[in-house]
Design a protein. Structure first.
Length: 244
């Protein structure tokens, strides 16, 4: 099952939470789900280049009218907020007009974008749209994630790769990605790239380690670099060459 099911959905209640946190009467649930979709679609479209990781939505009861608390996780908070919070205020006004509710908008910085599956998938899709090599793009993304401290990374690109007539899937994997271990902290995301010959699908899995019961998920530490040894060219070292 671990190979087929969305890794995030399989781990909700174990080491993952919901992106929408609210309760409502049964007859109001469809309307609020649609409202969540409108909010996320608008924010993702507005902040396409801001490297948005995820959007969390909470609903609070207010005295005059209901309030919606939105928390946006991004690698570029300056682009989201804007100079003197100008961009943020415009977005809040637009969302209040769309939802007819009071909006509380918070921005949280993602410090290590190389370990965020959604940001990595979006970056791969953006490079594919710029006609970059799908093999090279995946290999670079995997190396950056491993250098940032990931225990394992897997990527997959599907579609008419390099303009081929028959669609296929091609991916790369490095390290350990234990999809069947429920305590494993696996970040998973998908993205789409509008290429010349049609759409390409991108999937990314990033394994950050195991989370034991009672522990909070922590960002893995980047491996320490070993000091480089001086290269020796030819039969003699540089020191010997100087002495001679």
């Amino acid at each position: 099952m671990g190979q087929k099911v969305n890794p995030k959905g399989l781990r909700i209640g174990i080491n993952k939470g919901w992106d929408s946190n609210w309760y409502a009467e049964p007859n109001k649930v469809p309307e609020l789900i649609k409202e969540d979709h409108i909010i996320r679609t608008y924010l993702n479209k507005t902040y396409q280049k801001a490297e948005v990781s995820k959007i969390e939505i909470e609903r609070l009861k207010g005295k005059a009218k209901d309030r919606v608390k939105i928390t946006l996780y991004t690698a570029k908070p300056g682009m989201v907020i804007g100079r003197d919070a100008e961009t943020k205020n415009i977005v809040v006004s637009a969302l209040e007009y769309k939802t007819k509710k009071e909006i509380i908008f918070n921005v949280v910085e993602v410090r290590r974008a190389e370990l965020d599956a959604q940001i990595v998938a979006d970056n791969i899709a953006r490079q594919l749209e710029a006609r970059a090599s799908f093999r090279r793009v995946q290999k670079i993304a995997i190396q950056r994630a491993l250098k940032a401290g990931a225990k394992g990374v897997k990527t997959l690109v599907s579609g008419r790769l390099a303009g081929a007539e028959i669609a296929r899937s091609e991916g790369y994997s490095e390290g350990r990605v234990s999809l069947h271990t429920l305590r494993a902290d696996i970040d998973y995301a998908t993205a789409e790239a509008q290429a010349t010959y049609g759409k390409l699908g991108v999937k990314v899995w990033i394994y950050k380690g195991e989370i034991l019961p009672g522990q909070k998920p922590e960002e893995p530490e980047a491996p320490k670099r070993r000091p480089r040894r001086p290269r020796h060219r030819g039969g003699k070292s540089r020191v010997d060459a100087k002495e001679n």
